[in-house]
Design a protein around this ligand. Structure first.
Ligand code: SIN
Ligand code: FE2
Length: 214
């Protein structure tokens, strides 16, 4: 079923755990400015498939904007001010994204969140993201703010141990998910994206995670 944008504007925040809030459709009001800001970022720093430290090609294609960007290669996972392949600094974090993330974080109870890094993930139908923790940031007091665009996804939201059972959280175009506090290090991942064509975004899902990494 395709939910209309108007239905999504009516949706209420959903508290999924003590410090985890789903804000359905929260990004839709800023969608066009957000996409306008994303285009030059992705021209300057195109999506690419990074290698895991073990030498495997990641299924998700990545890019970054902000003072720091998350990278993975033979040297490991880390944040870097430059793209290790091009040697260039990442494109600046667009103001529209920083402000949207601050507002979403505040709605979820995290006041004063100012992102300095935005990881941009690109999923094609069939692409999945295996369970992991976001633990390369300096200070876990800051939440993660995730914006989903395009094809729907099923987000797996687990516990603090990899073996803990996971909940399945549908993430749709425009949804914003915020997790922090005691939920900050929960394992999470994304089930394979189902085939489809999103009316605005085409045959893809794009997820932006805004972080205070440094
Ligand atoms: C991530 O964990 O980096 C991305 C999550 C998502 O794509 O929803
Ligand atoms: Fe993550």
């Amino acid at each position: 079923m395709i939910q209309s944008d108007l239905d999504l504007f009516d949706a209420h925040p959903q508290q999924l755990a003590a410090h985890t809030t789903l804000l359905p459709g929260f990004a839709l009001a800023e969608l066009e400015p957000l996409l306008d800001a994303l285009r030059p970022v992705l021209r300057a720093a195109p999506f690419r498939h990074m290698q895991t430290p073990g030498g495997l090609r990641m299924a998700v294609a990545l890019s970054n904007c902000g003072a720091l960007g998350w990278v993975s290669d033979a040297s490991g996972y880390r944040y870097s001010a430059t793209d290790p392949v091009s040697g260039k600094p990442w494109p600046a974090l667009p103001r529209v994204l920083v402000e949207l993330a601050s507002r979403a974080a505040a709605q979820a109870g995290f006041d004063g969140f100012v992102a300095d890094a935005c990881l941009i993930n690109h999923y094609l139908p069939g692409t999945r993201l295996s369970l992991h923790q976001d633990r390369d940031e300096q200070d876990y007091a800051h939440p993660i703010v995730s914006i989903s665009l395009g094809l729907p996804a099923v987000f797996l939201f687990g516990g603090l141990q990899r073996s803990d059972r996971t909940r399945r959280i549908p993430l749709n175009h425009g949804d914003v998910l915020v997790w922090g506090g005691e939920d900050r290090l929960r394992f999470h991942g994304v089930l394979p994206i189902k085939p489809g064509v999103h009316p605005r975004m085409g045959e893809r899902r794009i997820n932006l995670t805004l972080r205070k990494a440094g």
